[in-house]
Design a protein around this ligand. Structure first.
Ligand SMILES: [Zn+2]
Length: 161
């Protein structure tokens, strides 16, 4: 037996959003009362471009570290299969403005400061595809995203400082 399901992300009209943006997907409360929130971290305009796998992979490893240095409660931040951004899942409730400011700060560190020695998990022991990383690509994409600015609204450009 299976049941009817509706996946929120597939209901979004991807032709009307204006990336880069942060969008709240959902806030959910578990049976014990704990709340989690789920965000669409859209870094690239859907169906116009996509971050190549190696750069996206390096951004993923860096965000796992850099987000946790900036805020508590990160459960997971994983790339979309379409390579236009990430799903970010947090304990508790947060504004899209707060998330946008954190992602902006992480991308600034990647673009301006990060060296290869700073990238976590780049060995055969610590990554599932350790040969597929590019810090050069990660930095160039971070710069492009920052040049456009990150909006805390998916439909109207409202760029965070
Ligand atoms: Zn990896």
């Amino acid at each position: 037996m299976t049941k009817e399901v509706l996946v929120e992300s597939f209901e979004l009209d991807h032709t009307i959003v204006k990336a880069p943006y942060i969008r709240m997907i959902s806030e959910e409360t578990g049976p014990k009362g704990d709340m989690i929130s789920n965000y669409d971290i859209r870094l690239v305009q859907p169906n116009e471009d996509a971050i190549p796998t190696a750069g996206l992979h390096t951004i993923e490893h860096l965000l796992a570290l850099l987000i946790r240095k900036r805020m508590d409660g990160l459960i997971d931040c994983s790339p979309f299969g379409c390579r236009t951004g990430f799903h970010m899942i947090m304990w508790g409730s947060h504004s899209t403005t707060e998330i946008a400011q954190v992602i902006k700060s992480c991308l600034e560190e990647i673009a301006e400061v990060t060296t290869w020695e700073d990238v976590p998990g780049t060995t055969i022991e610590s990554c599932g595809n350790y040969k597929d990383h590019s810090l050069f690509s990660a930095k160039e994409w971070a710069k492009l995203i920052l040049e456009q600015g990150i909006s805390d609204d998916p439909f109207e450009r409202h760029i965070v400082e």
